[in-house]
Ligand binder design. Structure first.
Ligand SMILES: *[C@@H]1O[C@H](CO)[C@@H](O)[C@H](O)[C@H]1NC(C)=O
Ligand SMILES: *[C@@H]1O[C@H](CO)[C@@H](O)[C@H](O)[C@H]1NC(C)=O
Length: 331
């Protein structure tokens, strides 16, 4: 994330993790799950945004996770259920073993000190969207199953997924969060505090128009595809950057945080008419719901399970992926 402001060092409060109340055993799993998600997703217990482009506050974005490869932060991600994380497909390297990956949760720093709150989980499974195309970044979305579920607390809570009718359209102001570079090739310095930035949404056609300016790509050949959206400014400057990939763009919908986008790519960072490009989560809400057993899309009238209506997704487990896999790319 490119931020003009000098980082303010946050006093990292050693917050006692609150255990969430166990669900009553007499509720059916699906119902209990829907309930817990409905009441808990998208509602941090802490709030404190003041200006765009600044350090986040502990507990402010409790769904933000860090995806690690060999212990190094490589991408952001979001907790969407007790054992599931949403991130970008391009975060994974097909040559890597599944055991190389882990997920850090409940931390405001991507490299927390031993005494700071944090949870680390191994990865049980990585599900890359079956239509992911590295060449165009279409369907650059992936689900990660944690080896064991987390317990929700003040610092670990799920984000809500969009439901049809959520007002996540052009001009809506949202927030992107991440531990990415603070400039094209300048990594986030210690103490690696999560950054937050407020940006307006830009629809795919408008963004596609920007990207065709000063570009060799013919106008009839889309650059920003239908499953993408952009966020940022025509003038550039404030943007997501390398290392923010896979992380969230979240919007306040009636007091609940809903994830509109997954950070996917950009042309460098912060250039004019080159806003950050995100996968539009709405496009894949059904895929996510049908892939994660028991996940409810935070809809008001969500009685019939959508999952049964869809073919089971093709599960591409890491290591079995084809050979058309992109290297990790910036943003
Ligand atoms: C579940 O158990 C609680 C407490 O024992 C009880 O109050 C509630 O009515 C029960 N609910 C159902 C659906 O049986
Ligand atoms: C994201 O996709 C949904 C559903 O396809 C669409 O209604 C919405 O306008 C898109 N968002 C943006 C900002 O383009």
């Amino acid at each position: 994330m490119e931020l003009a402001l000098t980082a303010t060092l946050l006093a990292l409060l050693p917050t006692a993790l609150q255990q969430s109340t166990p669900l009553p055993a007499n509720l059916s799993v699906t119902r209990a799950w829907a309930r817990s998600l409905d009441s808990e997703c998208g509602r941090p217990h802490v709030s404190g945004r003041i200006l765009s482009g600044q350090d986040a506050t502990l507990g402010e974005w409790p769904w933000q996770v860090s995806l690690r490869e060999e212990g190094q932060h490589v991408c952001g991600g979001t907790l969407i259920a007790e054992a599931w994380v949403l991130t970008a497909a391009h975060c994974f390297d097909q040559k890597q073993l599944l055991s190389a990956y882990s997920v850090l949760l409940g931390s405001i720093s991507s490299y927390p000190q031993a005494e700071e709150p944090q949870e680390l989980r191994e990865v049980a499974e990585v599900i890359i969207h079956p239509e992911y195309l590295p060449e165009t970044s279409s369907a650059d979305i992936a689900l990660v199953q944690l080896a064991s579920p987390v317990t929700y607390s003040d610092l670990i809570l799920p984000v809500c997924l969009p439901k049809p009718g959520d007002p996540l359209d052009h001009g809506t102001w949202c927030w992107v969060t991440g531990w990415g570079n603070i400039d094209l090739s300048i990594p986030l310095p210690p103490p690696f505090t999560l950054k937050e930035l407020s940006l307006p949404l830009i629809d795919a056609p408008t963004c596609d128009g920007y990207y065709h300016e000063n570009s060799d790509t013919p106008i009839q050949e889309p650059i920003i595809l239908e499953d993408m959206l952009c966020a940022g400014f025509e003038s550039g400057q404030k943007d997501a950057c390398g290392g923010d990939s896979g992380g969230p763009l979240v919007c306040d919908v009636g007091g609940v945080w809903v994830q509109a986008g997954v950070v996917s790519w950009g042309s460098a960072c912060g250039l004019p008419k080159r806003p950050g490009v995100y996968i539009n989560v709405s496009t894949y809400a059904t895929w996510i719901a049908s892939t994660i057993p028991g996940l409810d899309l935070h809809t008001e009238n969500s009685s019939p399970r959508l999952a049964g209506l869809f073919f089971p997704p093709v599960l591409l487990v890491l290591g079995l992926l084809g050979d058309t896999f992109a290297p990790l790319r910036l943003a």
